[in-house]
Design a protein around this ligand. Structure first.
Ligand SMILES: [Mn+2]
Length: 385
């Protein structure tokens, strides 16, 4: 059995103000080609199919055509919901999609979904575990003590009566931690992953007995605990912190029981995401301009702030996502723990401090009056002085 493992497609996502639909289309076309060329027996998708619970029309159309391409090629698709997906919307039509070889599990219904496939080595069981929280599992197992994601997932798997003598694969979308180590976040996972507490973490050993665990949720590609328990990572870079990620698609082969081989296949983005840093003059010198069609994050190290620097960069790099500074002023700002300090101060004090750090001088009275008035009108301050 040979399959591609995808996760965290986040169809419909934006990078800054730019829609990634064209980039995602380009990526999915490569995946269909790859699946055909390699003779994949299935494509697994481990959650966060869409970026939003209410996906855009463009995102739905993209996923529809992707599934259809796989169906035409006769390649079954296995799909679970992630924390970004709406269970109800993702499972629309899933009952009759099965006839076309599209298997979707979105929302836990009390039983781990299982589909058995065959190849020349015999049968292989594919289990689909959609994203679950303890609260969604608890009432199905009143006799079990479920107080965490770990106990929830453990209970579901223990009650699924899995025969591990047989070859088995599981798809899951959870925060799976290695032995004493947490997976490396990509950065674009969203609040659910970034504010991870103990209660959300589940031990990788839960998946130890499967021949392969196709995980989703973490956007940096990595194996957890063992080479066969793996996050594919998002297929595209979805944040600045992922600029150095090498995005790959695991191509997995399971022949005899216990023999899993994983090859990481690189896919090329339509537009790369890059971070460039330096003085404006250098960055915009013609010999330093490369791939102006990429998504660019710029960090300027100039000491003086350049008027409309973003506008100037956009004439060269139309897909400028963000521009910031790293100089002595910004270092001063970074030293202040904003959250702690801000809580103690009034809006007026914060603005004046910001002005002082930016310009190295006190804010003129008339500017202070204007900004205070604007803040009151915007409803973010009730200072009326
Ligand atoms: Mn995700």
């Amino acid at each position: 059995m040979k399959f591609l493992h995808l996760a965290d497609l986040h169809l419909g996502r934006y990078l800054g103000e730019f829609s990634l639909v064209e980039d995602q289309k380009y990526m999915l076309e490569q995946i269909v080609r790859l699946a055909k060329e390699r003779g994949a027996d299935a494509v697994l998708m481990a959650g966060d199919i869409y970026d939003k619970a209410v996906p855009s029309e463009a995102a739905i159309a993209l996923f529809d055509s992707f599934l259809n391409e796989l169906r035409i090629a006769g390649i079954p698709a296995f799909v679970i919901s992630g924390n970004h997906d709406s269970d109800e919307r993702l499972r629309f039509g899933s009952g009759f999609f099965e006839k076309g070889g599209i298997y979707i599990a979105a929302g836990f219904n009390g039983k781990l979904y299982k589909k058995t496939m065959r190849d020349e080595y015999g049968e292989i069981d594919i289990y689909l575990l959609p994203f679950v929280k303890a609260s969604q599992v608890r009432h199905f197992f009143p006799d079990s003590h479920i107080d965490s994601y770990d106990s929830a997932v453990r209970t579901v798997i223990e009650n699924a009566e899995i025969d591990f003598e047989r070859r088995s694969i599981i798809l899951a979308h959870q925060f799976v931690a290695g032995k004493g180590t947490d997976p490396q976040l990509g950065g674009s996972e969203g609040n659910a992953a970034q504010s991870i507490g103990l209660v959300e973490k589940i031990g990788w050993d839960i998946f130890e007995n499967f021949d392969y665990a196709a995980l989703g949720h973490i956007h940096s590609p990595q194996a957890v605990g063992s080479g066969s328990i793996r996050y594919s990572g998002s297929p595209l870079k979805y944040s600045l912190s992922e600029v150095l990620n090498k995005k790959t698609i695991p191509f997995v082969t399971i022949n005899e029981k216990g023999k899993t081989e994983t090859e990481l296949v690189e896919i090329a983005p339509l537009r790369d995401v890059r971070h460039i840093k330096g003085k404006m003059k250098n960055l915009l010198a013609s010999e330093n301009i490369k791939e102006p069609g990429d998504f660019i994050y710029v960090t300027l190290t100039d000491e003086d702030f350049v008027n409309d620097a973003a506008g100037i960069f956009r004439t060269v790099y139309p897909y400028l996502v963000k521009l910031d500074y790293e100089n002595s002023h910004s270092e001063e700002i970074a030293k202040i723990d904003a959250a702690d300090e801000a809580a103690e101060k009034t809006f007026g004090q914060l603005v004046q401090e910001f002005y002082r750090q930016m310009y190295g001088t006190e804010m003129p009275e008339e500017e202070r009056v204007v900004i205070t008035k604007a803040a009151v009108e915007a409803g973010i301050s009730d200072e009326t002085d």
